[in-house]
Design a protein around this ligand. Structure first.
Ligand SMILES: Nc1ncnc2c1ncn2[C@@H]1O[C@H](COP(=O)(O)OP(=O)(O)OP(=O)(O)O)[C@@H](O)[C@H]1O
Length: 408
């Protein structure tokens, strides 16, 4: 494909980057588009896979037909068959009428199955059948129906590994992977990093009507040398954070490093102290949010200990009751009547020591905190995953995965 056409595609789909790997991925998408072959787009999370099925659709003979993008990871296992293939009235509780599925409504068009690796095995069987013969059966029906749909699938999982583990059908993998398109991680196309930064900074400046941020020379080098585990999505988030939080419009490497989580040396809470010191809370991904929560909880506990100690010292009863800052289990001979939001403590009147209460610093694991946060967010939003995911700052797909993982 001529460079010119690739350039036009980039403009039309607002794809930024000049790396040969990215150009090659666009080139393959354009070449395969007019055929009816299945396409599998692979690449780490956040690399920019979502544009590619649209390129395939827009440059195919189906471009005037319907196009639907379905996130397989965010649809509960119990309803995925019905979503994809439809159902008959009365086929399950709540099926008050017959419903068309995506394969029926997308007849003559393209279906983008994102996170295809998340499909349950039983749905994989149905998918293979429709891909091979165009035939499908609605849930609760026995009538075979036909549909002419082209499937473009995407995944950030290692499907070969999933096949080996028996989680993904090998025949379906080969059927979907007729033409693979691999989107390289951002760290393998470092020259694109400053271009993407400039684009996101310009978008942000326009959106919030503010002067655009620019990088100093040393900041460009730092940005390019970073590993970008969250790829373009992470770069976009960080650019937006800097645009909004920083007053300076020239971003130096000193400013920039406050926003780059220390993934190179492992994501230890120590990196949070840096964040805390600078008071720039940059959360590149959900794990960081959890570290921040843990960090804040730990700080709250030590603040609390200090308050208790100072009260005990004031009342002269401290000799045997100082709460050590680093011990996990201590005896506190104070009756806590209540803790207000700002940790004021009321002792029982007239008696400094009423009873010995055992105080145990809770040793919550990250997963426990995560589970708790997710459960609370779901409760707050009456089980509405979309709102809960937004509240938690994670994708709906990730939330769905976590719900399954924690059996919530
Ligand atoms: N080359 C690019 N130019 C401009 N924006 C990009 C580019 N690549 C990705 N983006 C932006 O980065 C964000 C993440 O991209 P996208 O959602 O396509 O990632 P993904 O690979 O599908 O991730 P996931 O597997 O987690 O769904 C989007 O906002 C997208 O617009």
């Amino acid at each position: 494909m001529a460079k010119q056409s690739i350039q036009q595609i980039k403009q039309r789909f607002e794809i930024i980057g000049t790396s040969p790997e990215l150009d090659r991925a666009i080139d393959i998408a354009l070449q395969v588009a007019p055929t009816d072959l299945s396409v599998l787009i692979t690449g780490e999370s956040g690399v920019g896979k979502e544009n590619f099925p649209q390129i395939v659709h827009q440059f195919s003979k189906r471009k005037h037909g319907p196009y639907f993008a379905i996130n397989c990871g965010s649809i509960p296992e119990g309803t995925i068959d019905s979503e994809l293939f439809g159902h008959e009235k009365g086929s399950f509780t709540g099926a008050t009428g017959t419903r068309k599925g995506y394969f029926e409504v997308a007849d003559g068009g393209t279906l983008f199955l994102d996170e295809v690796g998340e499909l349950p095995l039983s749905t994989q069987v149905r998918l293979l059948r429709v891909l091979e013969s165009g035939e499908f059966i609605k849930v609760g029906s026995s009538k075979v129906e036909k549909s002419d749909v082209r499937v473009v699938a995407a995944t950030n999982l290692d499907l070969v590994n999933a096949v080996e583990k028996g989680k993904f059908r090998e025949d379906l993998y080969f059927r979907l992977n007729t033409v693979p398109i691999r989107i390289p991680p951002l760290r393998n196309r470092r020259d694109d990093i400053p271009l993407l930064f400039r684009k996101f900074a310009a978008d942000c400046a326009e959106k919030y009507m503010m002067p655009q941020i620019n990088l100093s020379e040393d900041a460009i080098e730092l940005l390019k040398s970073y590993r970008w585990p969250g790829n373009v999505r992470q770069l976009k988030n960080i650019t937006e954070q800097i645009s909004i939080i920083e007053k300076e419009r020239i971003i130096t490497s000193e400013i920039l490093q406050n926003y780059l989580p220390d993934h190179e040396v492992g994501m230890l809470p120590v990196s949070l102290s840096k964040i805390h010191e600078s008071e720039h809370k940059s959360f590149a991904n959900e794990r960081e949010i959890l570290y921040q929560v843990l960090f804040d909880m730990k700080k709250d506990i030590s603040d609390l200990k200090q308050v208790v100690n100072s009260i005990l010292e004031d009342s002269g009863t401290h000799s045997s009751t100082i709460i050590p800052s680093d011990h996990t289990r201590v005896a506190v001979p104070v009756k806590y009547e209540h803790f207000t939001d700002n940790f004021a403590i009321s002792k029982t009147e007239g008696h400094d020591i009423q009873e010995a209460t055992e105080y145990e610093e809770s040793s919550l694991s990250i997963s426990e905190v995560e589970k708790d946060m997710i459960a609370k967010a779901l409760e707050r939003h009456n089980g509405k995953r979309k709102l809960a995911a937004k509240d938690l700052g994670i994708s709906e797909r990730t939330l769905y995965r976590k719900i399954k993982e924690y059996d919530l």
